[in-house]
Design a protein around this ligand. Structure first.
Ligand code: GUN
Length: 298
């Protein structure tokens, strides 16, 4: 048996097209475009690439993109003042501060300064709390994208056994909350979990978000399970290669032989993150401008 490949790239493209339609309707109703602001501190090459892609995708969806680049030695007060200005700016619906920040800046302090109703990353404790108690708020983009892919593939997730490997605030914890809200029986596994293979073997849904290349083996996967691989790891270059291959947290070749469906790396979860960010920004715009958006429209 060979698993169906879950095409996140295609799904994300379709979602972005729908967002562009809703963004145009929003502009007509509100008399302005939705706006997303991205703040980048320093010149980390990977972060620069992400920020550029976010800006391009935002414009392509018909929203305004505001970019703020601050020097690597920027002090906390300067960054907090920039966030305060964006909180107060009515043209800005969503604020994203690109992580990781340089070591001298405290991420929790910076995230706490963002107005929770503009926190399109869903990282503010207010939004983490809203998710935990089932109130409307903003949900981190990567796990929300994973749930969209799962529901597209499986329909109802109710009653399914789900194992989330990884307990980060950005992916593992919100992923577990979202699966619980979909009435899954959820296990969160992590680096101290005893007999991870046995825990994974029970799962109808496996979400791997540990950042360790090809750690999840095919022999662990229950036949027919749905595997969502959040990991993006670059292997050291093999002989004759200038760059190493990109691989996920799951051994793809092994798992694809056993699973019912699996996300590839690249082209699985990765493209969903920016698409969901744009979705969150447009939802924020509707809320901030008091323009109605049909339930489940985005
Ligand atoms: N760095 C890597 N991924 C993300 C993300 O989703 N949001 C932010 N703010 N920073 C990131």
């Amino acid at each position: 048996m060979s698993a169906a490949v879950i095409d996140g790239k295609q799904f994300a493209a379709t979602l972005r097209a729908r967002i562009a339609d809703y963004a145009a309707t929003f502009e007509q109703s509100a008399g302005r475009k939705a706006g997303l602001a991205v703040v980048l501190v320093g010149e980390d090459p990977a972060s620069q690439v992400y920020v550029k892609s976010k800006g391009k995708a935002t414009l392509e969806c018909g929203m305004n993109s505001f970019e703020y680049k601050l020097p690597i030695d920027c002090d906390e007060a300067t960054l907090l003042a920039r966030i305060e200005a964006l909180n107060a700016d009515e043209a800005v619906d969503g604020i994203l501060v690109q992580l990781p920040l340089p070591g001298h800046l405290d991420e929790q302090t910076v995230i706490a300064a963002i107005n929770p109703d503009k926190d399109v990353d869903g990282f503010h404790v207010t939004n983490a709390g809203r998710l935990a108690v089932g109130q409307p708020g903003f949900v981190p983009c990567t796990p929300l994208g994973c749930v969209m892919l799962l529901k597209d593939r499986l329909g109802s997730l109710s009653g399914l056994d789900a194992v989330v490997i990884g307990r980060s605030n950005i992916v593992g914890k919100p992923m577990a909350q979202l699966l619980l809200a979909e009435s899954c029986t959820v296990t969160i596994a992590h680096s101290r979990t005893k007999d991870l293979a046995e825990v994974v073997a029970r799962a109808d849904i496996v979400v791997a978000a540990v950042g360790r290349p090809e750690m999840v083996k095919g022999s662990w996967i229950k036949p027919g399970a749905t595997v969502i691989d959040v990991g993006i790891n670059r292997l050291p270059p093999a002989e004759g290669e200038s760059k190493g291959r990109l691989v996920g947290d799951v051994d793809y070749a092994e798992a694809a032989a056993v699973a019912g469906a699996i996300t590839p790396v690249p082209g699985g979860v990765g493209p969903m993150t920016i698409a969901v960010l744009l979705r969150n920004a447009l939802v924020a715009a509707h809320r901030n401008a008091g323009v109605a958006l049909a339930d489940g429209a985005l």
